[in-house]
Design a protein around this ligand. Structure first.
Ligand code: MRU
Length: 334
């Protein structure tokens, strides 16, 4: 499956696959300003920690170019303003701010607008390439833990749709299949936005990986029946002590895995590890619109209008519940 998730088009605008339309439609949207880039990230048209980093970097180049093409004066403050808008689109995944800051650092010593533009473009493409090879290495490392015949449970989507190629949590699964291992994936549907159903089940089945989609509340039952020998999840930010923010529901899966004695691995690039966050308590958790729970997906609301709704997008799994971290530089424990 070869989808161009984020790319420059012939007019040097940003063309992104709108993931909110999957699995039913492969539609692309074009972005040319910082507000459009931030909005696409906020609405999860582009999502997944590494991919929002890539989109933020490429989007910064496009947004800055759009502004200075009209008027090249005051370029430094235009760049800062684009960076601020894009970096703050979503708070939890560190990759977004990490990528934008790396872009700013790359051009910090430059003053000529032409040189800034070429450096921004080159750096954003480098970030995209690096994330690809990083994911391939995560796949290679994770595959060493996978035995023939295993059942593997995953939560949310940490696949190629979240990174560009291979994925993080799904990279070892693709690598295992490629090396001829017979495995079976259990994909949590991942309420409220159904990334497991709409995206993980979509990319795994399209890539020929035997997959069973389950509702989130079925994970315990599937584990109790001995169908799962390993859990692989992605991450949005890993604190210095190993506490890990990932899609809401990950914590519950980790607790279940510990109960059933199933290894629980977090897969992610080093760019998702944040040395500035000491523990999970320092990670800002994005709160999203209650309507995602009340009324998304169905023609009529699924809950009364007056009902209070809590909709955190991520939770934090304490490091004690994590067997290991599968990264591009190896498998580490904390
Ligand atoms: O809200 P989303 O869809 O961006 O959340 C995505 C996740 O939680 C992923 O597991 C995480 O970003 C890792 S993606 C390789």
């Amino acid at each position: 499956m070869n989808l161009n998730l984020v790319q420059f088009d012939e007019r040097e605008q940003l063309r992104v696959l709108d993931q909110t339309q999957l699995p039913n439609r492969e539609e692309y949207v074009t972005l040319s300003t910082a507000d459009e880039v931030a909005d696409a990230i906020r609405r999860l048209k582009v999502r997944g920690a590494p991919l929002i980093g890539i989109c933020g970097a490429m989007g910064l180049y496009v947004a800055f170019r759009t502004l200075v093409e009209k008027d090249a004066s005051d370029a430094a403050s235009k760049l800062q303003s684009c960076a601020h808008i894009i970096a703050n689109a979503r708070p939890t995944a560190v990759n977004l701010a990490w990528a934008v800051n790396r872009m700013l650092a790359r051009v910090a010593q430059l003053s000529d607008v032409g040189s800034i533009l070429s450096a921004l473009k080159a750096e954003s493409l480098l970030i995209q390439q690096e994330e690809e090879s990083t994911c391939e290495a995560i796949g290679r490392n994770g595959n060493t833990l996978i035995a023939d015949g295993m059942g593997i449970l995953t939560h949310c989507n940490a696949g190629l749709l979240a990174t560009g190629r291979y994925g993080t949590a799904l990279a070892p699964i693709y690598a295992a299949r490629q090396s001829g291992k017979n495995i079976h994936v259990y994909a949590d549907e991942t309420r409220p936005l159904l990334q497991g159903a709409r995206l993980t089940a979509y990319e795994l089945t399209r890539n020929g990986v035997p997959t069973t989609l389950i509702c989130d509340n079925m994970a315990a039952s599937v584990m109790s029946q001995g169908k799962v020998q390993m859990v692989l999840v992605g991450c949005d930010r890993v604190a210095a002590n190993g506490d890990t923010a990932n899609k809401i529901g990950t914590l519950g899966v980790a607790i279940l895995a510990r109960h059933y004695g199933i290894p629980f691995y977090v897969c992610g690039p080093r760019s998702t590890f944040d040395p500035h966050c000491a523990t999970g308590q320092d990670i800002v958790i994005e709160q999203r619109n209650p309507e995602e729970i009340r009324s998304a997906w169905y023609a009529e609301p699924m809950a009364p209008q007056e009902c209070d709704i809590y909709n955190p997008s991520f939770d934090v799994t304490p490091h004690e519940l994590i067997t290991g971290y599968i990264r591009e530089d190896g498998i580490i424990t904390m």
